[in-house]
Design a protein around this ligand. Sequence first.
Ligand code: CUA
Length: 348
Amino acid sequence: MPLSNGASRRRSSHHGRTGPRGVVLALAVPAVGLALTGGVPWQSSALDPQGPAARAIADLWWLLFWLGTAVFVVVMAVLAYAVLRRRAPDGVAGRANGNGFVLSGGLVMPAAILLVVFGFTLWTIARLAPSAAGAEVTVEVIGHQYWWEVRYPDHDVVTANEIHIPAGEPVDIRLVAGDVIHSFWVPELHGKMDLIPGQENVLRIEADAPGEYQGQCAEFCGVQHAFMVFLVIAQPPDEFAAWLTHQAQPAAQPADPLIQRGQQVYLSGACVYCHAIAGTSSNSPFGPGLTHIASRRTLAAGTVENNPGNLAGWIVDPQNIKPGNQMPGVNLSSEDLQALLAYLNSLE
Ligand code: CUA
């Protein structure tokens, strides 16, 4: 599967810390289904931070892990000592010793440890708080059942399920819910933040280096919650600027007869009731914008790879690929379907 191979190749260059994989697995959102169906496989870990915010969270996690480990080891050692030592004759002196031990082990030590955790947590919260100045790039992300609408309000760009950002620069993600509560989570870049109807939340993410970072809806939002995946693609700033400029262009008018026919099929069919393609009369806001659909990696929010076969399957029988999604199947003759596919695949 080229998508996952490519992604892991790109990512392998900056896998710095090799944490205990068992722990990582236990933390990961169950997304086994994605790997099975050929969508984006889950390979993201909060313990493999690739940005300042995720690093702050991972540092706190490791502090808790090692403190917890130390407490566990000490308690087990004391328990073993108590079980294995020879019983001393029960006397007043022994009880007095015991009281001192209960005071230090049950009160002083836990208070000291909790104080350290409390202080470190406050420091982490301060590290995560965005500075007052707004980031250079703002992205509006709207959660829908079951896909992500992605808008660049300053650049008139609308796309879906892929968030391109410049590497090494802070980016403000404005989170809005289109229907129910969702949660935006890119474990390698930041913690989770909910998308709540009627409220806008802002999360500032930053990726250290160019690469692909997988995101996942982390709040149960309906039957296809697990298939609400997205990609954050961090690019060198000049590449990002070029991407933004290209995405802001309307779709090119087709010259090829087959593609022209495909455009006619699209514009005269049911597609236009939900989708938009800039540069045509199709401008409905309900479904994912298709202006540059061919440039995207996946279909149906990370459910399947974006290739002509999957696109054909998605158009004809989307409920088979992602049951419960909002897209109805479209009845087309084989010629019309081929033409429509040629048109959509030309929208790079
Ligand atoms: Cu959207 Cu879970």
